[in-house]
Design a protein around this ligand. Structure first.
Ligand SMILES: Cc1cc2nc3c(=O)[nH]c(=O)nc-3n(C[C@H](O)[C@H](O)[C@H](O)COP(=O)(O)O)c2cc1C
Ligand code: SF4
Length: 396
């Protein structure tokens, strides 16, 4: 997959972040990450420094650093590019996190479909061990030991959710746990565990190498730093782009050659649909948040087809633990199909919307909480497309 514009990440000197971190004490490293304001790059946007601080303060005989490389969100492929182009940067970030929170064990949870990357990643790990960037007394720092192993996922989307991922790591079926307790206190094997996205670890190295002030100067006050975006769909130049957070959607489309788009779904199948008259909105945590997917739909696309496609995905991927998600996604899919056939009354449409809202608040994990997003935003913004298909009579 093409790297489409200049990447700040590519310009950061390898292992400069680790060297800088080891000159600080643990609190100093966490302080720098906190000051940078970085929020997690995997989608939920939790402040990374706060997470690391909680894990550092948590009590446990062992602590774990888990890199979430499950990347199952439809339309997202930037983690694959990072793992292909700069795997050392990800392991460096995990090592910095291990130093900061007092963990000695790291695990890269790799999406099953990315098995072909494993050989290269193992080679990178072996080289880092030879260079004393992993193992005991890393970079000559007496007493600091850390190593990473790779654990393969088996292709379930829900295993990207951090507690389902931990269940899977423990050898069980990947199902989300109740939270609290959170993994920072009670994670893998009941021990304090940090789960961060691939890109989050990569940027952590840049923050240590260049300083929190450098990172904060990019983006907006609430959304600091650069962000990798996977741009796909009806564009001339699909691929991975790096933009400062706060960049208007229109600018992303201009760079990728998708100016005539009818809509963009930001955040993948669980994200929201933004119509052309709102392309001034920005990719940021305070406006349109995303773990990295930007899927572009040209003028010829039927947005109900898009909603149907996404809902088919969620019906397949729901783990089935809780009713709002297990049944709700099936009902929304049936509803979209009725809308497409022109068999849905306005009352039924209202009920579908209410069902989607209920799923958002009543589902157990982020899968069911976010699966109605695209459907709800499509029927909100493309309402005019629906009446031509829907007899707007209320059923008796
Ligand atoms: C259904 C579902 C799938 C997810 N998939 C991923 C994923 O593939 N990669 C990822 O980093 N986070 C994923 N997440 C978010 C994780 O639960 C978690 O918030 C994230 O790994 C934390 O890392 P960050 O703070 O660095 O973003 C997913 C969440 C849900 C609900
Ligand atoms: S929301 Fe869906 S994926 Fe999450 S626990 Fe409930 S059924 Fe499983």
């Amino acid at each position: 997959m093409t790297i489409c514009n200049d990447m700040t990440l590519a310009a950061i000197e390898p292992d400069a972040g680790l060297a800088a971190a080891l000159k600080l004490d643990r609190a100093g490293v966490i302080g720098e990450i906190r000051r940078s304001g970085m929020k997690g790059r995997g989608g939920a946007g939790f402040p990374t420094g706060v997470k690391w601080n909680l894990a550092a303060a948590a009590q446990g005989d062992r602590k774990f650093i888990v890199c979430n490389a499950d990347e199952g969100e439809p339309g997202t492929f930037k983690d694959r590019v990072i793992l292909t182009e700069w795997p050392g940067r990800v392991f460096e970030g995990m090592t910095i996190a291990g130093y900061a929170v007092g963990a000695t064990e790291g695990i890269l949870y790799l999406r099953g479909e990315y098995a072909y990357l494993r050989h290269g990643l193992e080679q990178c790990l072996a080289k880092r061990r030879e260079e004393h960037l992993l193992g005991n007394d890393i970079c000559g720092k007496t007493g600091f030991g850390f190593d990473v192993r790779i654990h393969m996922g088996a292709g379930a989307y829900v295993c990207g959710e951090e507690t389902a991922l931990i269940e899977s790591l423990e050898g069980r079926r990947g199902e989300a746990r109740n939270r609290p307790p959170f993994p920072v206190n009670t994670g893998l094997g009941g021990m304090p565990t940090i789960v961060n996205n691939v890109e989050t670890f990569a940027w952590a190295t840049a923050i240590l190498a260049r300083g929190a002030d450098w990172f904060k100067a990019i983006g907006t006050e609430q959304s600091t730093g650069p962000k990798m975006l996977s741009v796909s769909g009806d564009v001339e130049r699909p691929g991975v782009y790096e933009f400062p957070l706060g960049t208007p959607i229109r600018e992303v489309l201009r760079a990728a050659g998708g100016e005539d788009a009818k809509a963009v779904v930001v955040g993948g199948a669980s994200g929201q649909c933004v119509p052309a008259n709102r392309f001034a909105r920005t990719v940021s945590y305070e406006d349109v948040a995303t773990g990295g997917a930007v899927i572009v739909f040209g003028p010829g696309r039927n947005m109900l087809d898009v909603a149907e496609n996404f809902l088919e995905f969620f019906v397949d991927e729901s783990c089935g633990q809780c009713t709002p998600c297990r049944i709700g996604n099936v009902k929304l899919l049936e509803g979209v199909r009725r809308l497409k056939r022109g068999e849905c009354s306005t009352q039924q449409l209202r009920e579908l919307r209410a069902l989607g809202e209920t799923m958002r608040v009543a589902s157990k994990c982020g899968l069911g909480q976010s699966s109605p997003n695209a459907f709800l935003s499509i029927i909100e913004h493309f309402r005019r497309e629906i009446p031509s298909r829907v007899p707007v009579t209320v059923e008796a």
